[in-house]
Ligand binder design. Structure first.
Ligand code: NAP
Length: 474
């Protein structure tokens, strides 16, 4: 199968294609279009030309289109889950959950489209501001470039396309080269739902080449990016005065206080650490356990991890499958070996076969090891001990990242202390940091990014606030 580009409401054959392979069995799934400079230019032109139409489309119509897309996804949910599973090697259970969340994201976007509004401004609160009626309105920015990662190929596309269209913008979408088919599928749904031609364009090919072209184009008003911190920083530094939202990586941590019901908490932490092979931006990488319960926790945790079944992502019972590239398998192995050489205690895993890195548990890891201080993005977790809550919070904060953190505690003071002092975008009390529902504000501090997603919050980022002031007497 050949997948052409989607520009101006129609497919366009490119001059070259690249092979898309299933990361699990390396079978060729499709030939994917490589966008050239002219294609990128034409995609931006199509989005630019569609801007006035989208900006003047009534809110209820934008809402209806988004609602229809949620409906098409619901009708074809199994097909969509299998598509994600094949191109991303995401276990089917997780791929199905992603499709359900994508449906919710478009539904939230549909609701949000109907309630974009401003507020009145009390101008007479300042001397000289008397006799004025003033209010704000939120206007679309125009053309938005969306660049998305491989790990949630439908829902993270939805987190950009949904709010952008809800607010009356147009888009040029550049999905990850490993997971383009999910993005093209969504473009097809929008076309079927009656979105004007050019309002959503999909271009594929190398991110570094296409990215530069998008950053240089003055007609693009915003770049919304989800991906690795290195690329995010590059985009921020090269986008001039464009608005930029960055949803980047992390080495998320969870604190486990004493007195906690481990039978309840450990299965949750295992899910948070190993879902989709740990290739989730809020995957649990660091676990800090109170020293009085640490040994029991470690034994029980390892027993729970041993229950995970590795295999073909399309197998209904698979929990863990292949990592996104064989290169990532090699990198993970290197980091784990380095940690062990540095004094970490390897209690489970640490090896791979056929692209699947076995769920790996390290204990008492020196915190300067890469498996702790860098984002590993792999099925690897480490468990360390702490003595006081003060120390635990410092350990979590001792990171260049700050996306979300979790704490399990029965002590309300510990929960509140963590809420106040943890340097992250979201604190989950009695929940794993991997928790997310799609309407909540989501984003990071430090190297984890800037700006917020979660449909309502993304709409704020994707609109311009305009003040209108009416002087009552001339
Ligand atoms: P990535 O390598 O940074 O790629 C993300 C996207 O950026 C892809 O579409 C990629 O295209 C493109 N890209 C690469 N180089 C570029 C450049 N120089 N200019 C512009 N675009 C460029 O990330 P990934 O491996 O797909 O995803 C994993 C990362 O995403 C992790 O760090 C993870 O934590 C982060 N993430 C964050 C969130 C969040 O919400 N905070 C959610 C999910 C993932 P190509 O594929 O063609 O290279």
């Amino acid at each position: 199968m050949k997948q052409p580009l989607w520009i101006g409401g129609e497919y366009r054959a490119p001059s070259t294609y690249f092979e898309l392979k299933n990361p699990y069995n390396l079978e060729v799934l499709a030939e994917i279009a490589n966008a050239e400079q002219d294609d990128v230019h034409d995609a931006v032109t199509a989005a630019h030309q569609a801007s006035p139409k989208m900006a003047s489309m009534p809110a209820y119509q934008r809402a209806e289109i988004l609602e229809k897309v949620a409906g098409y996804l619901a009708e074809e949910k199994e097909e969509c889950a299998r598509l994600i599973s094949k191109e991303a090697a995401k276990p089917l259970k997780a791929a199905r959950a992603e499709v359900e969340r994508t449906i919710m994201t478009y539904k939230f976007a549909s609701h949000e489209a109907r309630r974009i509004h401003g507020e009145t401004v009390p101008m007479d609160a300042a001397p000289g501001g008397e006799d004025r009626l003033a209010f704000t309105v939120r206007e679309p920015l125009g053309v938005i470039a969306a660049i998305t990662p491989f790990n949630f190929p439908m829902n993270l596309v939805a987190h950009k396309v949904g709010p952008a269209l809800a607010a009356g913008n147009t888009l040029v979408l550049k999905p990850a080269s490993q997971t383009p088919l999910s993005a093209y599928k969504i473009a097809e749904f929008f076309h079927r739902a009656g979105l004007p031609a050019g309002a959503l364009n999909v271009i594929t090919g190398s991110g570094s080449r296409i990215g530069d072209l998008l950053m240089e184009d003055e007609r693009i008003k915003m770049i919304t990016f989800t991906g690795s911190p290195g690329v995010g920083k590059y985009i921020r530094e090269n986008s001039g005065l464009k608005r930029v939202t960055l949803e980047l990586g992390s080495n998320s941590a969870v604190i486990v206080d004493e007195g906690i019901n481990l039978d309840k908490v450990i299965p949750r932490i295992v899910i948070g650490a190993f879902s989709y092979q740990g290739q989730v931006c809020i995957s649990i990488q660091r676990v800090f356990v109170h020293e009085t319960i640490a040994d029991t926790f470690i034994e029980q945790f390892i027993n729970e991890v041993k229950k995970l079944k590795a295999g073909n992502p399309l197998d209904e019972t698979t929990d863990i499958s292949a990592m996104i590239t064989r290169g990532d398998v090699g990198r993970t192995k290197e980091w784990v070996d380095e940690a062990v050489a540095g004094g970490a205690n390897l209690r489970l895993g640490g090896h791979s076969s056929n692209g699947i890195f076995q769920p790996t548990v390290l204990v008492d890891v020196p915190l300067t090891e890469k498996v702790s201080c860098e984002e590993i993005f792999a099925p690897v977790v480490h468990i360390n001990r702490y003595k006081t809550m003060e120390e635990a919070i410092e350990l979590v904060n001792d990171s260049k990242y700050g996306l979300q953190a979790g704490i399990f505690t029965n002590d309300i003071h510990h929960g509140l202390q963590a809420a106040k002092r943890l340097e992250v975008g979201g604190v989950m009390i009695n929940e794993i940091p991997t928790f997310r529902v799609d309407q909540m504000p989501y984003g990071g501090v430090k190297l984890s990014g800037m700006g917020r997603e979660g449909v309502k919050y993304a709409v704020e980022e994707m609109t311009e606030l305009k003040l209108i002031s009416f002087k009552m007497d001339l």
